[in-house]
Design a protein around this ligand. Structure first.
Ligand SMILES: NC(=O)c1ccc[n+]([C@@H]2O[C@H](COP(=O)([O-])OP(=O)(O)OC[C@H]3O[C@@H](n4cnc5c(N)ncnc54)[C@H](OP(=O)(O)O)[C@@H]3O)[C@@H](O)[C@H]2O)c1
Length: 311
């Protein structure tokens, strides 16, 4: 008899109402996969974007979510890096979802969870922390002493980005609403800009790097704050080549690469030694995934949202 598990999945694209908290068959790990008993699942904006069909066709039913922290329950063939009972965290790949009691993860997407980091904290890390790291260091090659403008510094990615940039020794300017000023300053920002009150392009200049986590008009208005030769990295939409050229700067679009797990390990070390904090602001049970995605989709979540799967 097939064993079942509780999941949050969708049978069609749509609003939060298509998220169903229900039973599904427990999957079996294939070669180079592990089956993880999920303790906590991170909620990312990409989850509701997939739910709405913005990333194209997916097979239905489809279990939502990518980030997780949990315990290895079973190993697929040819897995030597992990053992049953080991605590791991990371992301699933396309064919699985982390809003579930059990998830399949490729060995290329997971690392051992340090004991000092609890499951909720670990589940809050993979996509946002790796995205911020890769944008600042792999793409923009941020150096100590450089000036960086980070948009949505109170969001999940932005909050990691402020801390990473500060840790690197950069001068950090963060944007968010006034109600999030403390959160951004506590993360280490040297300057805070309330985007409701101040047009950032009038308050900031000669920036080496803009980290665009908002897109649209915010991206368009960001070109003029860059110094000649500076760089805008967007994780939301490809920047206009024409605008970059007109301002004598570079613009790139980046997608997070979940297989650079050595970066996740390095970030874990910074967290265990207290140099970086993970800012989880909302913890909800798996059964309240609709509420979690509603908050994410509002565009105004503070810090990170995590679903607790196992008490
Ligand atoms: N390309 C990739 O690989 C990749 C990876 C991860 C994320 N992303 C994308 O990056 C975006 C950010 O992700 P996230 O997880 O950080 O989102 P998030 O946590 O939901 O971000 C919410 C934050 O954005 C702030 N915000 C909203 N509009 C703003 C504006 N105009 N100016 C400044 N701040 C603003 C809000 O602050 P206030 O409430 O103060 O307005 C809120 O704190 C999402 O679109 C996500 O899909 C892409």
């Amino acid at each position: 008899m097939t064993e079942t598990m509780k999941v949050v999945q969708i049978h069609s694209f749509g609003g939060p109402e298509v998220l169903q908290f229900e039973d599904a068959p427990r999957p079996e790990p294939a070669a180079r996969q592990v089956l993880v008993r999920v303790h906590a699942a991170g909620v990312n904006p990409v989850d509701w974007k997939i739910r709405e069909g913005k990333f194209g066709q997916i097979p239905f039913p489809s279990i939502m979510g990518s980030d997780f922290s949990g315990e290895v329950e079973a190993l697929g063939p040819n897995v030597e890096e992990f053992r049953v009972g080991e605590q791991v965290f990371g992301s699933v790949a396309d064919a699985s979802g982390s809003y579930a009691q059990y998830a399949l993860a490729p060995v290329s997407h997971i690392v051992e969870k340090p004991k000092q980091i609890d499951h909720v904290t670990a589940a809050a890390m993979p996509v946002p922390a790796m995205t911020a790291w890769q944008a600042l260091f792999d793409e923009a090659k941020l150096e100590p002493g450089q000036k960086v403008l980070i948009h949505a510094a109170s969001g999940a990615v932005g909050n990691f980005a402020v801390q990473f940039a500060k840790w690197k020794g950069a001068y950090v300017i963060g944007t968010a609403s006034g109600s999030n000023a403390d959160l951004v300053r506590n993360a280490g920002a040297d300057e805070f800009i309330d985007y409701h009150k101040t047009r950032f392009e009038e308050a900031v200049r000669d920036v080496d790097v803009v980290f665009d986590t908002v897109g649209g008009e915010t991206q368009e208005r960001s070109w003029k704050v860059l110094k000649k030769g500076g760089m805008l990295v967007s994780i939301v939409q490809p920047p206009s080549e024409q605008s970059a050229k007109a301002h004598n700067v570079r613009g790139v679009f980046m997608r997070e690469d979940a297989t650079r797990t050595e970066e996740l390990m390095q970030i874990s070390k910074l967290i265990t030694n207290g140099q970086i904090k993970v800012n989880v602001q909302t913890i909800l049970p798996l059964s309240e995934a609709r509420k979690a995605q509603d908050l994410s989709q509002s565009g105004h979540a503070r810090g990170k949202i995590v679903l607790k799967v196992e008490e």
